[in-house]
Design a protein around this ligand. Structure first.
Ligand SMILES: *Cc1c(COP(=O)(O)O)cnc(C)c1O
Length: 387
């Protein structure tokens, strides 16, 4: 019988160092591996060990553990989420066209428009929350459909099954950046995606002490193609970082349940607060993506945004007066974080573009950690008094 999520996350395909039977998979801090005869590398865990850019057992342990939690056949680990994005881009060629969701992660948007567009790849950004917009966009020949859901910072939700089906019928392959949900809450491969991408920097590692990325797929052909680029372009993570993500993954289910419990409590508090004018949280029945999120996610995640009456000045006072929430970029760690999209994560987006997609000057984004919900609410309550 198929094992449950937590069992698979803890056991991680049963990898053990064969020589020592160490319960925790070791860090292979080495750049190369000796050979007994020229051209005959040692085989270990089904991989040929020659040079550590090509194969490192700690990385193999992580890649298999990542594949296990995403319920994928094959995994690859990268030096960062953006290194995983770059790996995908390097499998494309001049003239290929990518249709991506409009509110794409800023770093992916910057790479597409400022690095790969000048190499002759074509990018179009469309409102994928509306499948008719996507259907219209793929009428022109399309190589790849790039999705991200829930999105940043407004938590817009795209119907993954619907969107990947439109991609397939148009002859394109599809990728879902699953960073905001984590594989515990959402499994895009089961909903028709060809590849899943993660910034493991966020929930998968979860402790804000690693930058890392991942690609997962059921297609051996896609994996071979991506693995070739991973090695050819040297996009790999170091073994210590692999070890930390292997460790983080073991508690993913526990952490996500607590993250979600806390986020639901915080969202309910903010929704009833007189100084809060609007809350963006897919768990809220009034959120436009609520029904789709309820269908394709286990729970609604732990990212939420809100606006306060009085706009930017009020919002700034709230952010400055929070004590448990750290004002910082990034998300998905055990510590709660607060972010001001207009001046931080989305500062590079021109103001009129930002406003046109609904990111107000005073919008505040929260990444809810695993502290006690009452303490997070108390902190927000005292900070909102200053608004
Ligand atoms: C952070 C993030 C990335 C980029 O990952 P890095 O590890 O910072 O390079 C990509 N996509 C999403 C949705 C992210 O939140």
């Amino acid at each position: 019988m198929a094992k449950g999520f937590s069992t698979r996350a803890v056991h991680q395909r049963g990898h053990k160092d064969a020589a020592s039977q160490a319960v925790t998979f070791p860090i292979f801090q080495t750049s190369t591996f000796g050979q007994a005869t020229p051209g005959q590398p040692t085989e270990y865990m089904g991989r040929k060990l020659s040079y550590a850019r090509s194969e490192n057992p700690t990385r193999t342990a992580l890649e298999d553990a990542l594949a296990e939690v995403e319920d994928a056949q094959h995994g690859l680990a990268f030096a960062s989420g953006l290194a995983a994005v770059a790996c995908v881009m390097n499998t494309l060629k001049t003239g290929d066209r990518v249709v991506a969701c409009a509110d794409l992660y800023g770093g992916s948007y910057r790479m597409f428009t400022r690095v790969y567009a000048k190499l002759g790849l074509e990018f179009d950004f469309v409102e994928t929350t509306n499948l008719d917009c996507l259907r219209a966009a793929v009428e022109k020949p399309t190589t790849l459909v790039w999705l991200e859901t829930p999105s940043n910072p407004l938590l817009n939700v795209t119907d993954i099954a619907g969107a990947t089906e439109i991609a397939r019928q148009a002859g394109a392959w599809s990728i879902v950046d699953n960073t905001f949900a984590s594989p515990y809450l959402q499994q895009p491969l089961k909903l028709g995606a060809d590849v899943v991408l993660h910034s493991t920097t966020k929930y998968l590692n979860g402790h804000s002490d690693v930058i890392g990325g991942a690609l997962l797929t059921d297609s051996r052909e896609k994996w071979d193609e991506l693995k070739f680029v991973q090695n050819a372009c040297g996009l790999i993570p170091g073994p210590q970082d692999c070890y930390l993500v292997v460790r983080g993954l073991k508690t993913l289910a526990l952490r996500m349940e607590r993250h979600c419990d806390n986020a639901e409590a915080v969202a309910a508090f903010l929704e009833s607060h007189p100084k809060v004018s609007r809350v963006y949280f897919p768990g809220d029945a009034a959120h436009p993506g609520h029904a789709v999120a309820a269908r394709q996610m286990r729970r609604f995640g732990a990212m939420l945004s809100f606006e306060v009456h009085g706009g930017l000045d009020s919002a700034r006072r709230v952010m400055e007066n929070l004590r448990l929430f750290t004002l910082a970029e990034s998300l998905g760690c055990v510590v709660s974080l607060v972010n001001h999209p207009a001046s931080m994560t989305h500062a590079s987006v021109p103001r009129d573009v930002r406003l046109s997609v609904g990111i107000a000057d005073g919008l505040v984004r929260l990444s809810i950690g695993i502290e006690d919900a009452e303490d997070l609410i108390d902190d927000l309550a005292q900070a909102l008094e200053t608004a």
